[in-house]
Design a protein. Structure first.
Length: 621
């Protein structure tokens, strides 16, 4: 039987079995009272069974078993012991055994609620089985070091999936995306036995998603999340004949494919430390919760995080055939992007906690105030981006045959070049820009800062180590570094605008003003205190007539009927006008015309005042 047909059969059976078994498991849980009650620090709004991992495990296991029965030869490619194996098992047998052990530990936790230490010991035992069967991060050649790295990876990914299981469909969808990309990598590398396992795993999760997509009728529970995490962590590093084991394949691709759960775990850990809460304490502070706190609807948040996972997986697959240098550049850019998302969410949560006057924020406040005064995080990020841009300039400027002769100069000068550019950035004042409001002027300032920094770095190299300096590399670096550093800063503005545009929190209002005044109102509403929260959904201009257009992200309606059209099409029942400007009379006239013909609406007014502030006494008579 062809490998493609077998993978299709196993995948189809896994999807079907899991989709059919899940309602049975749900019914048994309801009859046995095994449901997760509504809690203040959890997301669900009704009692829900939380042992869906049983259905995933059974659906996957039955499908793979049927596949082996149909074609026993399919596992021949997997029946090779690793030279690092300490057990009489092949790596795939160790993978199945370890994942089964993780499933059992999770199921016990679902039924009797294990304390953190026994749960961790169970995860370490399952990870030890993987390691003893020859699966691991064999990077340094020093077994104790590689074993420690491997255990950290396995347990870390397992807990990352466990923490990610905080919103309907999130963990199952992310794991399915990761499994699908791993299946693609295995297929491209010719590791067809692992391809069948990955396809069956992915299809089982898709079958479970039919019941776990919001609003979920069942949760996977720890039996599911621990099984998914350990299986994915082991599968990403599983050796097979002909499978590439370069640095990019060992670390970069799996890290990028599993980037979202890694981001969520890192964000939760840092956030809880800054808030003075135990890391093991649950709460609504995960990546998904933070986006929803910004007003994004649940399903849009879910699809956005799935999109991030798909992007990371795509880059991970591209790294399979890329040179090490190219892999480093693309991987570094994606990791920097995820870091920026995490930084934005940390900052947004701090603003929300400050507005709510939450307690225990002394460390959070200290870090934010220190960062505002001494932008150490921005300096570190710039150092990474400058390094990537400098290396990328070599990759772009030189052909592969010439690159090896040029890299020694790069290695000798990289630290000096990056340091000189950082000094240039500091002298230019680029760190004074406020990132959430980063605009065109700030972008031009960023380009000027890059020109100054590049001239300073090139001059430094010219004076210290002139031989080997390439004007082409310097020119390419200026372009690449400008795009990367300015783009990184603009990403905060982009995230701020995107979350506001997609937000459904607050009262929907139509802004009734000229386009110039409307832009001022929208900005001011974005800076208002949380209550009352007004959400602009459209702009109606009393100046017109004219064609319907857009003002930023908002639709713009012009003319005498513009206000009525804006209210009808947006579904809003309130209007905001600007008080204290020359065009206020036009806006009030259009509002009165609408009230006379259509009926009442709620009206809010944003006041603009200008007054001289007394400078006070100078102390001299």
């Amino acid at each position: 039987m062809s490998h493609g047909l077998l993978a299709a059969i196993v995948g189809g059976l896994a999807l079907l079995f899991t989709a059919l078994i899940t309602p049975i498991v749900r019914g048994a849980a309801l009859r046995g009272g095994m449901v997760r009650q509504v809690q203040a620090d959890r997301w669900h709004k009704r009692p829900t069974p939380a042992i869906g991992g049983v259905a995933i495990f059974l659906g996957f296991g039955l499908a793979v078993g049927v596949g082996y029965f149909i074609d026993p030869e399919s596992t021949r490619a997997l029946a090779v012991r690793s030279e690092r194996s300490l057990l009489p098992w092949t790596p795939w047998e160790g993978l199945v055994a370890a994942a089964t052990l993780a499933f059992v530990v999770g199921l016990v936790d679902d039924l009797v609620h294990l304390r953190p230490l026994p749960k961790l010991l169970g995860q370490l035992l399952a990870a030890g089985v993987l390691l003893a069967s020859g699966i691991g991060v064999w990077l340094t050649g020093i077994y104790p070091v590689d074993a420690a790295l491997s255990l950290f990876w396995f347990v870390g990914i397992t807990n990352a999936l466990n923490l990610l299981d905080n919103m309907d469909g999130l963990a199952a969808g992310i794991a399915a995306i990761a499994g699908g990309y791993l299946a693609l990598i295995f297929a491209l590398e010719g590791a067809f036995g692992l391809t069948v396992l990955a396809v069956g795993f992915t299809a089982a999760l898709v079958g479970f998603l039919a019941h776990n997509y919001p609003p979920a009728r069942i949760f996977m529970g720890d039996s599911g999340s621990l099984f998914l995490g350990l299986f994915l962590g082991g599968l990403a590093l599983a050796p097979a004949p002909g499978l590439s084991r370069s640095l990019a394949a060992v670390l970069a691709a799996p890290v990028l494919i599993l980037g979202v759960p890694i981001l969520d775990t890192t964000l939760v850990t840092i956030g809880r430390i800054l808030e003075g809460r135990p890391v093991s304490q649950g709460g609504k502070d995960h990546t998904s919760h933070r986006f929803i706190d910004l007003g994004l609807p649940e399903k849009r948040t879910l699809w956005m995080l799935w999109g991030l996972a798909a992007t990371g997986g795509l880059v991970g697959v591209l790294l399979r055939s890329a040179e090490r240098g190219t892999a480093l550049i693309f991987g570094g850019i994606l990791v920097a992007g995820l870091t920026l998302v995490g930084a934005y969410l940390l900052q947004a949560r701090f603003r929300a906690l400050e507005a709510d006057k939450a307690e225990g924020l002394s460390l959070y406040r200290f870090v934010m105030e220190t960062q505002a005064r001494f932008p150490l995080a921005a300096l570190l990020l710039d150092a990474v981006l400058i390094s990537l841009a400098y290396y990328g300039a070599y990759l772009i400027r030189w052909d592969p045959g010439e690159l090896s002769a040029q890299l020694p100069y790069f290695q000798r000068t990289a630290f000096l070049f990056v340091g000189a550019k950082i000094v240039g950035f500091m002298l230019s004042g680029i760190y004074a820009a406020r990132l959430p409001s980063f605009g065109l002027y700030d972008a031009l300032h960023g380009v000027r800062a890059n020109i100054l920094a590049t001239l300073l770095a090139a001059g430094t190299l010219f004076l210290i180590e002139r031989v080997g300096l390439s004007r082409g590399v310097i020119a390419v670096d200026l372009l690449v570094c400008s795009v990367m550093t300015v783009g990184a800063r603009f990403s905060f503005r982009l995230l701020e605008g995107t979350t506001r545009r997609w937000s459904e929190a607050g009262e929907a209002v139509v802004v009734l003003a000229t386009p110039e005044d409307a832009d001022l109102i929208v900005r001011q509403l974005g800076r208002m205190a949380p209550e009352p929260r007004l959400r602009p959904v459209a702009v109606a201009s009393p100046v017109g007539p004219g064609p319907r257009s857009r003002l930023g992200a908002l639709p713009l309606y012009r003319g005498p009927d513009g206000l009525g059209e804006a209210l009808r099409e947006s579904g809003a029942h309130a209007v905001v006008i600007l008080h204290g400007t020359e065009d206020e009379a036009l806006a009030r006239g259009a509002l009165q015309q609408h009230l006379d013909s259509e009926g009442s609406v709620d009206v809010y007014s944003v006041a603009v005042t200008l007054r001289r502030v007394d400078r006070g006494s100078s102390g001299r008579s």
